[in-house]
Design a protein around this ligand. Sequence first.
Ligand code: EZ4
Ligand code: CO
Length: 405
Amino acid sequence: MKIKNVEVFVCCPGRNFVTVKVVTDDGVHGLGDATVNGREMAVVAYLKEHVVPCLIGRDAHAIEDVWQYLYRGTYWRRGPITMAAIAAIDMALWDIKGKVAGLPLYQLLGGKSRRGVTLYAHANGENVDDTIDKAEALVSQGFKAIRLQSAIPGLPVTYGVLGDKKDYYDMQGNRPLPPEETWSTQKYFNMIEGLFKEARERLGRDIHLVHDVHSRLTPIESARLGKLLEKYELLFLEDASMAENQQSYDVIRQHTSIPLAIGETYNSLWDCKYLIENQLIDYIRVAATHGGGVTAMKRIADFAAIYNVKTAPHGAPDLSPICFAAHMHLDICTPNFGIQEFVGFGNEQIRRVFQHDTRLEDGMAYLSDAPGLGVEYDESAASDYPYKRSYLPVSRLEDGTLWNW
Ligand code: EZ4
Ligand code: CO
């Protein structure tokens, strides 16, 4: 079965998504997600100009060889653009293999290790009370794990908080130029402990709590935060510090027993290797789209398992439902799966374009038994929503210094 054709689509049903469709000479097709938020067209060009010509005529079943050909064979390895392109092709080939076998992807990966996929949902509030109100609403919907983010008194806009926007799609969609936000570590520290104190008072101690620092603290500040929050028993603290220098997590780990999670911007096992093998983290959060697809995710999970590190794949709104499906198939099989981030199935336009039959119940997701990934892409619906240039925000300290967003 040979690869006959590869198409690359970009659509904007509220936000941009890059979707790859691989078609075989038998007429089977597979789908992959290649979305890199704010840099979508770089992946499109990489795929169309450099990847697709090399794939035509190749064996669609030789997933590992195609992966190696595009990674090892490229010389310029790694990085988000390259790895998103490889990831999308890899997902599409797994989708094809499942469709040919007549089996959902999780069966090809070894079968189910658990009943369903436990999710953590997001509560984003304008202040501490509002955040906990939203968390309570999620608990009443059945969620057992919740990420808490609150606006910071004294700062106009904060990561993760919707402000006057009605949802993530309204917030992140269609920005002609990057908006600017302001950060103050001191103002953040003035707010953060109160959020978790209030959360434990109102939600009790059975609900799992998560918080995303979004890499805004230095390692020693993260250590201080970890110590401050230890008594609230978080499931994990996410992206406490940037880790281009992975040794910076030695500093955090020396000071606090708060569980740590990182990896949503990582592109390969090599990016997480030191953190995992030195047991400096507890959850690895690489996404299938940004880390090289199903093939790469499986390798990362197996490596992490040796060191008691669990997986907690990134589940942001800028990963398409195709990536989310790939995560669910991996989550249900992986013995060291921890938890899956979840922000809902998107707005009405997204659900028109990406069709799937995933069921939610009691804070868990259940896959359908459709063969392959189980997602279909409605090309004609997608063509109603053309690409629009859009950016993530940038962040500055109060004196104007550019900071991590
Ligand atoms: O800011 O995916 O945990 N989730 C996150 C995300 C990221 C976006 C960036 O494109 O940190 O919301
Ligand atoms: Co995050």
